[in-house]
Design a protein around this ligand. Structure first.
Ligand code: NDP
Length: 475
């Protein structure tokens, strides 16, 4: 069902002027059309080094008990050579390749061939066929929302195997972690390269393609907005949601199983990481229809950033806490464990309520109650590439009146809780909060730039009314 805002938008197709001072940017509110030197340098840096960064983290756990400094010190002091480290790294194996192919194939089947039934019996859950937001070319794509179902089926099978069938050990993911890394990289590069070729030769929607003329930028940030195979296999939804995010909770469970195998118990820190990240993942699938309206689906094109990132970066680096706890089992005191749990739950609450407020506000076109009051908002307008004018609203009450991205603040609190659960023995588990702080601050600036290009003076009015980005009174 189209959101009321979009229905209204389609009624406004005859207007051809922009009253908000955004004429220069008409229809230019997707990703960049021109590449500056800084963006290009960052992109080449990431293309070259992101795979090495992932390898370095995983290798340092495998060979140096998760110390990020020891490999460098060893290399600098001449105690080891790069070739020694490489020689000790497990290679790609047939077993890992088999596991990975089975895993991805299973997720493709669940995604493409099993229509959602969860929405038929889970009250409040929105699944089945849903519509995304209006693309820059003015198109509204339809999506089959069945991620929760895929997650449930996968996890039921996982537990059925662990407790009943015993087809494979629940430590299977940990035991093949580096060989699986090679498989994930292969898929990440294949899918990104395929998406690039597809963008040139057989795009799903040519009007939503962007060519900057810079090969590296286009490869990284993507050409096609919503590449699809057939009517329903949407690359962005599939690779963003599965196989990476469905795997996230399984990877953590595998780490917990490994702790049990090695030490005869699962520590409370491991349980905390499993529970807090489990809530985050489950929340993602429960709200998958809402996810269609987030930046990933609404604004980002599909290139290496999403393709490789979803296959490699997310499953390997978002799960570092659990991996670390296999090598360093931390048993937290009760007060610390409770404190971390509270931080994680409050962060989650802010994250969820802020996202929910925007979703409700946009779905009802402002005809709802936020904190028991009618929401306050600023009316705004924008144009798509064909010059069609649309109207929208920016909420200025609820958490959206506290800061322009308070949902990111909640997300950061939750991320900090996962890291704190690992104690203070090493830097490695804190990578996540550092990365999220950079990612979300950059995303915040990127989004605001895009919103300014889209809404012009209306966005300036909004920013004047809600002056802070993440932390009221500070930033
Ligand atoms: P948002 O959900 O904050 O969406 C931003 C968009 O919302 C803007 O582009 C604009 O879109 C609209 N908007 C902005 N301000 C308002 C307002 N006041 N009222 C109504 N609409 C507004 O951002 P994301 O999509 O980045 O994030 C979604 C969630 O996902 C966040 O909670 C974030 O923390 C999380 N996330 C997690 C990541 C992870 O790796 N764990 C990575 C990225 C995000 P429009 O054009 O429609 O006006």
């Amino acid at each position: 069902m189209a959101a009321p805002q979009e229905k209204r938008s389609s009624e406004e197709r005859k207007h051809k002027s922009v009253p908000n001072g955004a004429q220069k940017s008409q229809g230019q509110w997707g990703r960049a059309w021109e590449v500056d030197w800084f963006s290009l340098a960052s992109i080449i840096f990431l293309l070259l080094f992101a795979p090495l960064i992932v390898y370095y983290f995983i290798m340092s756990c495998d060979q140096y008990q998760c110390s990020l400094v020891s490999p460098l010190v060893d290399l600098l002091l001449g105690n080891t050579r790069l070739s020694d480290i490489w020689d000790k790294t497990p290679p790609l194996t047939y077993k890992a390749a088999g596991i990975y192919v089975l895993w991805v194939t299973f997720q493709v089947i669940l995604y493409a061939f099993v229509p959602d039934f969860c929405h038929k019996f889970l009250p409040g859950y929105v699944g089945g066929v849903q519509e995304g937001a209006v693309t820059p070319a003015g198109i509204v794509n339809k999506y089959e929302i069945n991620g929760l179902q895929a997650w449930i089926i996968t996890h039921v099978l996982w537990f059925a195997n662990a407790y009943y069938f015993h087809w494979f050990s629940p430590t299977i993911i940990f035991d093949n972690w580096i060989p699986l890394l090679w498989c994930a990289n292969i898929l990440g590069y294949v899918v990104s390269t395929f998406a690039m070729i597809k963008g040139y030769f057989f795009p799903t929607n040519a009007k939503d393609c962007k060519f900057t003329g810079n090969f590296f930028y286009d490869y990284m940030m993507g050409i096609e907005f919503n590449p699809r195979i057939g009517k329903w296999f949407d690359f962005k939804l599939f690779f963003n949601g599965r196989p990476g995010i469905v795997a996230w909770t399984l990877i953590n469970l595998s780490y917990a199983a490994k702790q049990q195998e090695l030490y005869g118990q699962v520590t409370n820190s491991m349980i905390l990481v499993n529970v807090l990240q489990g809530i985050y993942v489950l929340d993602f699938f429960w709200n998958e229809a809402w996810y269609l309206k987030t930046i990933d689906i609404c604004h980002d094109h599909f290139g290496w950033y999403l393709g490789w990132g979803d296959c490699v970066w997310l499953p390997y680096l978002y799960t570092l806490q659990g991996l670390y706890l296999v090598y360093h089992p931390v048993q937290l005191g009760t007060a610390n464990a409770v404190g971390i749990l509270i931080l994680g739950l409050v962060g989650y609450y802010i994250f969820r309520v802020t996202n929910h407020q925007k979703d409700l506000f946009r779905r009802t076109n402002g005809n709802c109650k936020i904190w028991r009051k009618k929401p306050e908002y600023i009316e705004c307008s924008y144009m798509s590439v064909d010059g069609t004018k649309y109207y929208s609203k920016l909420m200025t009450s609820g958490f959206w009146g506290w800061a322009r991205h308070f949902n990111y603040t909640g997300d950061l609190m939750g991320s900090l809780a996962y890291c704190l659960a690992c104690g203070f023995g090493h830097v490695l588990p804190y990578f996540y909060i550092m990365y999220m702080a950079i990612l979300l601050t950059h995303r915040c600036l990127r989004d605001e730039h895009r919103c300014f290009c889209k809404y012009g003076k209306d966005w300036e009015r909004y920013a004047a009314k809600v002056p802070y980005r993440l932390l009221p009174g500070i930033f």
